[in-house]
Design a protein around this ligand. Structure first.
Ligand code: F6P
Length: 626
């Protein structure tokens, strides 16, 4: 354990000292480095109390049985409840109401205690200050630096412990991270202005009309969500041109066809987003887009060469360590590589070049800055507020209450906004990739559930889709997200009223339900005696939800919402004491796809597949290679 701690606080100045210290200590113990490493794999820090071993956990388990006896219908009759269970994230335009969660003030106090026992305030500080909390990948977690401004004080540089070098990877001090991110952002937004103003043009000297963004996972879901969500920010380019931004993620060839349909390849700029520049789907789709653009341009002017076209039409968002590959691919890695760093996890990268470039090309650089300011405002709230008045913390703890103590393992995310149609897909990846874990941060097997199964669609569509199960089937805690004011483009207040009437009605329908006696009363009266159907018409209610009310649907509030969910996610991981920033589970699928690919192609020495898989593949080969 001291060796692990020593490594994670591996300060540059003490590097030699620590190395010598460790080695001489091992010699004293008569251990080789390999033996020590093996011991570490199985060793744990006995000072760390697991989530499920805390007194608060046991207390909350008992308390949950008592709360199950309370019905939300009655709890909601308390006139003090709204004051006690609602909160505003100041300067963020975000208001949270959790009166419809199955909690009392006592429950909340116990949850805050649990968070303190699990060291949440210290862990937030570690993240803020750039400590390498993503231990399994030896990386800091600094997506908040992406929206910080030069000289920002909310990262406490005096407490900077990031000035160390890990055994395997160079460190980035927090102030350097902010500077690097501001430099890329300035360069990126200048490039965006040039594209939108027609100073940067296609290989044939025409202004770009469309953008195709290629990426997958975190390099797609967040960027697509934020670009769509800011659709109300209608800033046309100076010449009145609107830039049509499309996304292609899936390796299914249909995704490419849909994304490029109706676009003129010769006036299309392509952005390839891949931090690692190794993701198979992205590189394949990038090749496809390349072929499409090159062929389109050559068809118009046969004198144009492929390298010339690629250099004019392609931009990359990738890590600087991939710059040689990016350059070899044909992108100008000095001017057209907008980097993001290893201290930005893929699913936390929406405020990096990966998310900001598409958003800014579509909506303009002013909207992009407002978006980053919104995220920054929420960061400030998160870093400054105590647990009790911290909106992301409260939301995180309510999730833990539902999953670990009430046994409600799924959650619905339902924004009452068509522009937020892709929000649930983003949150699904953010949370499910972060929290699908089997061990604690120091490698102990988990004996409790982490993460929620996230589903979602915009309201009111969701009401006509999966809500029936929420009303009369299983209880699925739901996040209702609505806006006081619609985006500027929508002047239809009556339409907004209609949308919001549903938004306010659904949480009560879930919580209060419709009691059998009321249904019976109706049946005996106006309904004309439909007595036998009374059980079918009864809604038990008592189904938890929370309500997030944002001031306005604009880029600033989209940024605040994004950051709110990122921090909610991080806090849950801190309470469970897991690493929310790695994703080793995804790797196995990638490796196996390589084995299958070799089998499909019939390559000599292709790895053996089990008989079931081999039989399925044979069926596929017969159908496709006949
Ligand atoms: O799905 C796994 C994953 O590794 C994500 O975490 C990541 O966002 C995505 O693949 C894409 O990775 P890259 O940006 O390196 O192409």
């Amino acid at each position: 354990a001291p060796l692990v701690r020593g490594q994670s606080l591996y300060h540059e100045r003490h590097k030699k000292e620590i190395e010598d210290g460790i080695l001489s200590h091992l010699t004293e113990l008569g251990l080789t480095l390999k033996e020590a490493a093996e011991a570490l794999m199985g060793g744990h820090d006995d000072d760390v109390v697991a989530f499920s071993e805390t007194g608060e956990y046991r207390d909350l388990q008992k308390h949950a049985r008592a709360m199950e006896q309370e019905h939300l219908r009655e709890l909601l009759e308390d006139p003090q409840r709204f004051k006690a269970m609602s909160l505003e994230a100041k300067h963020c335009g975000v208001f949270l109401d959790w009166t419809r969660q199955k909690v009392s003030e006592g429950t909340m106090a116990k949850l805050f205690e649990l968070a303190r026992t699990m060291d949440v305030p210290a862990k937030i500080k570690q993240m803020q200050n750039g400590e390498r909390i993503n231990t399994s990948e030896r990386r800091a977690v600094l997506h908040t630096a992406l929206r910080a401004r030069r000289g920002d004080a909310h990262h406490d540089v005096s407490e900077n412990v990031a000035r160390y070098t890990s055994m395997l990877e160079e460190a980035v001090p927090i102030d350097d991270a902010i500077k690097a991110s501001c430099d890329v952002r300035d360069r990126l937004l200048a490039f965006v202005d040039d594209v939108r103003n027609g100073r940067v043009r296609s290989v044939r000297g025409e202004p770009f009309e469309s953008v195709v963004v290629v990426g997958i996972g975190g390099s797609y879901l967040g960027p697509e969500f934020v670009t769509q969500a800011t659709a109300g920010e209608k800033a046309p380019a100076e010449d009145g041109r609107r830039v049509d931004v499309r996304f292609v993620a899936n390796v299914d060839p249909v995704a490419f066809d849909v994304a490029t349909e109706g676009l003129d390849a010769t006036k299309t700029l392509a952005i390839v987003v891949s931090k690692s520049w190794t993701t198979a789907e992205t590189l394949r789709n990038a090749q496809k887009v390349r072929r499409w653009i090159v062929d389109g341009c050559v068809e118009k002017d046969a004198r144009l060469s492929e390298p010339q076209i690629v250099r004019a039409h392609f931009v990359a968002c990738a890590s600087r360590t991939a710059s040689a590959e990016v350059e070899a691919w044909g992108v100008d890695s000095d001017a057209r590589l907008f980097e993001f760093w290893n201290w930005v996890g893929g699913r936390y990268s929406s405020t990096s070049s990966a998310g900001v470039l598409p958003l800014a090309l579509a909506r303009g650089s002013t909207a992009a800055r407002a978006f980053l300011d919104g995220a920054r405002a929420m960061d400030e709230h998160f870093f400054a507020e105590p647990l009790e008045t911290n909106v992301p913390v409260v939301m995180a703890l309510l999730g833990i209450w539902n999953v670990n103590f009430l046994g409600l393992g799924a959650r619905a995310v339902v924004p009452y906004s068509e522009a937020l149609a892709r929000f649930a897909a983003h949150v699904q990846q953010l949370e499910m990739e972060s929290h699908g874990k089997s061990v604690t941060i120091d490698g102990r097997p988990l004996d409790f559930v982490t993460g929620e199964i996230v589903i979602g669609e915009p309201g009111t569509n969701a009401q006509h889709s999966f809500f029936q199960l929420l009303h009369q089937g299983q209880a699925v805690p739901t996040d209702f997200i609505g806006f006081l004011r619609p985006d500027d483009a929508t002047s239809d207040l009556a339409g907004h009223d209609e949308l919001m009437s549903n938004f306010f009605a659904q949480p009560d329908a879930l919580a209060v339900g419709r009691a059998f006696e009321d249904v019976l009363g109706d049946a005996m009266g106006a309904d004309g005696g439909d007595l036998e159907n009374c059980p079918h018409r009864t809604l038990s209610g008592d189904r938890p939800s929370l309500t997030l009310l944002l001031d306005k649907l604009d880029a600033f509030h989209v940024g605040a919402l994004l950051s709110l969910y990122e921090h909610r996610c991080a806090v849950q991981g801190f309470v469970w004491d897991i690493n929310s920033f790695d994703q080793w589970g995804v790797q196995l699928g990638k490796d196996l796809a390589g084995d299958v690919r070799a089998n499909i192609r019939g390559e000599a020495g292709a790895p053996r597949m089990n008989p079931s898989t081999a039989a399925l593949l044979e069926r596929y080969r017969v159908a496709t290679r006949a």
